[in-house]
Design a protein around this ligand. Sequence first.
Ligand code: ACO
Length: 338
Amino acid sequence: MASLPNSYAALRSIGAYVPEKILSNSDLEKMVDTTDEWIYKRTGIKERRIADKNESTSDMGAKAAAIAIERSGIKKEEIDLVICATVTPDYFNMPSTACIISKKLDIINVQAFDISAACSGFVYLLSIAKAFIESGMKKNILLIGAEKFSSIVDYTDRSTCILFGDGAGAAVVSATNDKSEAIIDVHASADGTYADFLVTPAPGSVNPANQKMLDKKLNFVQMKGNETFKLAVKTLTKDVIDILKRNNIKSEDIKHFVPHQANYRIIKAVGDALGMSKEQIVLTVQKYGNTSAASIPMAINDIYESGRLKSGDVMLLDTFGGGLTWASALVPFSPKKG
Ligand code: ACO
């Protein structure tokens, strides 16, 4: 039998940043052969944000992180781990975006690293934070999901350019002895069999940077949309039902269902399978599109800033993305008391 942890991991705060520039469906109508009606009907998206050309993933991540730290009631000097989920890092290979964000926030001499799990990145980070805290290795962890997805999107490809947007979300997860504040469960998984469903073929060791790679547009995201869609609905439905069952929690006990904001039809199919009401389902896909690893913390921030997220509210998170990866989590919102 697994021994009980000495401390538990609590989600203390949330923050987000979105760039100012809006790319609407009618803007896209002028760029590719598409219509506002097609995009809205198939995805639920109306508009998305696009970062300035001088604005990097770490710029957005640092802004979201500064807000999350401020709201956490924890001094930045107390943070002992910085982890960033992104598939659009400032630099491919090195240095990590987490290192650059740490420097921008003046959090130095602290462990910092990136993870790559595409849209599942933020929930993967929660599993890492939970493990580090329960093992006693760390006490206050800064989590960032940040993406400049526009940097890997081909704006002549109508099958992908309508979907993605830029932005960042961040959270502080801290140790607590109070079990009622603790992240209840995180389940993260992957199946590389479907690696070719969502891929940026270059640059990398398979296709190093060269002129041929640029001519073939291998630096842009490629997606088997319909296959991904079907697998997402099937996998997510099973994953969320399993995590609720395993923890003896019913759908009606969930205050906010916060799904990955990729496509309204996926969200609705999974929400319906769980019997979630409209009030329970958190939706930001209409205004931000799919922001990959930033999607879940941006959505949590949305309910926080609108006053819907209250201390003690239990959230069910679910996500699915390139890899293929998927993850779900049961997380109470536990701001620091006093
Ligand atoms: N405007 C108009 N028509 C279009 C567009 C567009 N922007 N894009 C595709 N079409 C056409 C296609 O060419 C096709 O035409 P055809 O029937 O003549 O061949 C038709 O519309 C249907 O295309 P499908 O791809 O079958 O459409 P679908 O209903 O599957 O919707 C979509 C496409 C929106 C991409 C959907 O499949 C989807 O959301 N997939 C999942 C995306 C996802 O969740 N990804 C995971 C996370 S992303 C990450 O991890 C980074």
